[in-house]
Design a binder for this molecule. Structure first.
Ligand code: PBG
Length: 310
C-alpha cells in the first residue's frame, strides 16, 4: 500500500554522476574526503562512463584537474585541455548513449583558485571572465559536450555563452546553468578533489550567493532563463530545499539540484562511525530533493543508486 500511494519516486533516470578526470596520472587516485570517488585517468574514466551507461545512468558531468594551472585558467579552453580530450574520447566511446555534460568554470585551472580572471586589484573581473567562458564553451562543444554547465556565477554568463555557441553553429548544445549557487561551506571535499585552494584563504562571496537570500536566487534563475538557459540549477541541495521548491513553482524549464560533496561526505563519515545508516539516509536525502521539486539530481551516489535501488 505504501508503494501504491507513494507521491514521489526516485529513479536512476533522475541522476547525473559527477566525475573527475586528472591530467598526467597513470592510475586513478582516491579522494580522501570523498570515499568511493576518484580522480580518473582517461582510461578509468572511459570504463566508468561505459559502466554507468550500462547501469542506466543517463548523464555524467565532467570536472578536470590540469597538471599546470595559470592566471587565466588556459586548461579550460585549450583544445588539448584534459576535459576536452576526455570529451572527444567519450564521444567516440558512448556517443549518444550518454548525455555528456561539462562543468564550465576556470577555478580548477587557475593558479589563484577563483572562478574568474583577476583585475589589477586582485578582484574577479566579471566581464573579462565572460570572454574566457565563451572560449571554454566553444572548446567543450567542439570536443563533443552535449550540455555545458556554467558554474562560475558571473553576471551575464549564460547570455554570453549562448551567443558564442549559436554563432559557431552549436545551437543544439544545451546550457544547464548553475543559477542559484550559494557561497556554501559544503564544497570542501570538492576542492580537495580538484586541488583548489583559493588564494590567500579567500572565498567566493563576491560572486556566489548569500545563504540568507532566497528571493535573490529567484532573480538569478529568471535572469538565466531570459538569457537562454535550458535547465537551471540550485546548489547545494539539502540546505536549499525551499529554494528548489520556489524555483519549481515559478519556471517551466527542468530544475536541477546538486547534492554536493559536503552533503555526500557527511553521510559517508557519519555512517562509517555507525552513527547513521548509510543507505537509509542517502535515499532519504535524494528523495527529499526530488520531493522539493528537482527533476534532475547531480549526486556522487549515482552509481550506488543505480547498482542498489532498481
Ligand atoms: C566550481 C564548482 C564547485 C562545485 C562545482 N563546481 C566548487 C566551488 O564553487 O567552489 C562544487 C561541487 C561539490 O561540492 O560537490 N567550478
Amino acid at each position: 500500500m505504501r508503494e501504491l500511494v507513494a507521491e514521489v519516486r526516485l529513479g536512476v533516470k533522475d541522476l547525473v554522476a559527477p566525475l573527475f578526470v586528472r591530467e598526467g596520472i597513470s592510475s586513478a587516485q582516491p579522494i580522501l574526503s570523498l570515499p568511493g570517488v576518484v580522480q580518473h585517468t582517461l582510461d578509468s574514466l572511459r570504463s566508468e562512463v561505459v559502466q554507468l551507461a550500462e547501469l542506466g545512468v543517463p548523464a555524467v558531468i565532467l570536472f578536470g584537474i590540469p597538471s599546470v594551472k595559470d592566471e587565466v585558467g588556459s586548461g579550460a579552453f585549450d583544445p588539448a585541455g584534459i576535459v576536452q580530450v576526455a570529451l572527444r574520447e567519450l564521444q567516440k566511446e558512448v556517443g549518444n548513449d550518454m548525455v555528456l555534460m561539462s562543468d564550465l568554470c576556470v577555478d580548477e585551472y587557475t593558479s589563484h583558485g577563483h572562478c574568474g580572471v583577476l583585475n589589477k586589484h586582485g578582484d574577479v573581473d566579471n566581464d573579462a571572465t565572460l570572454d574566457i567562458y565563451c572560449r571554454a564553451a566553444l572548446a567543450q562543444a567542439t570536443a563533443g559536450a552535449h550540455v555545458v554547465a556554467p558554474s562560475g556565477m558571473m553576471d551575464g554568463q549564460v547570455g554570453a555563452i549562448r551567443s558564442a555557441l549559436d554563432g559557431a553553429g552549436f545551437s543544439d548544445v544545451a546550457i544547464m546553468a548553475y543559477s542559484a549557487k550559494y557561497a556554501s561551506g559544503l564544497y570542501g571535499p570538492f576542492r580537495d578533489a580538484v586541488d583548489v585552494q583559493i588564494q590567500g584563504g579567500g572565498n567566493r562571496k563576491s560572486y556566489q550567493q548569500d545563504w540568507r537570500n532566497a528571493r535573490e536566487a529567484l532573480r538569478e534563475v529568471h535572469a538565466d532563463i531570459e538569457q537562454g538557459a535550458d535547465m537551471v540549477m540550485v546548489k547545494p541541495a539539502l540546505s536549499y530545499l525551499d529554494v528548489i521548491s520556489a524555483v519549481r513553482a515559478q519556471v517551466d524549464v527542468p530544475v536541477a539540484a546538486y547534492h554536493v560533496s559536503g552533503e555526500y561526505a557527511m553521510i559517508k563519515a557519519a555512517s562509517a562511525n555507525g552513527w547513521i545508516d548509510h543507505d537509509t539516509v542517502a535515499l532519504e536525502q535524494l528523495t527529499a530533493v526530488k520531493r522539493a521539486g528537482a527533476d534532475i539530481i547531480l549526486t556522487y551516489f549515482a552509481r550506488w543508486f543505480a547498482e542498489n535501488n532498481r
